[in-house]
Design a protein. Structure first.
Length: 165
């Protein structure tokens, strides 16, 4: 009995201690609110703005956030690679687009011809797509690698367009 308890105690203690150093744990993907400001922030850092078009009722969106996006946001290495914002299609709140105009998430999705959740797009300050979008989730096994490739492609496009140094 004693041996079986010891097997799980150490992993639990290690997991608890790992969270102590992180004063700002990521519990959610930040909501997009003012795309012009957020894209400007990304441009100043010379990184793409990743927009996750999702729905609260979408199981695959939740899976993507829990298994890929939240861990990515917790990894400080990505702070220098991407700025991530969520566009929740099933919420009524309006946000400001790249020109500062109020728009619903559904209207924004229509502009980008997004009909599947989750969809990830990588945009610059003007809202122009920088890399091939990622539509849906089939398997998570390679998703992180594909996401890294898309981020590299978006960053390269930013440099090619001379939108940053």
């Amino acid at each position: 009995m004693k041996d079986s308890r010891c097997k799980w105690v150490l992993p639990v203690v290690v997991a608890a201690l790992a969270g102590i150093g992180n004063a700002n744990p990521v519990n959610h993907v930040p909501q997009a609110s003012h795309l012009g400001n957020e894209a400007g922030q990304a441009e100043r850092a010379c990184i793409p703005l990743l927009l996750e078009f999702a729905a609260d009722s979408c199981e695959y969106c939740v899976l993507l956030e829990e298994e890929v996006l939240k861990p990515m946001l917790r990894n400080r290495d990505y702070d220098q690679r991407v700025l991530v914002r969520k566009v929740a299609l099933d919420r009524a709140a309006k946000l400001r687009d790249f020109d500062g105009q109020k728009v619903s998430a559904a209207e924004l999705a229509e502009r980008y011809r997004i009909s599947v959740t989750p969809t990830l797009i990588f945009v610059d300050r003007r809202g122009e797509e920088l890399a091939e979008r990622m539509v849906g989730v089939t398997t998570l096994d390679f998703y992180g690698g594909y996401l890294d490739q898309a981020l590299d492609s978006a960053s390269e496009t930013l440099r090619e367009r001379r939108r940053c140094r």
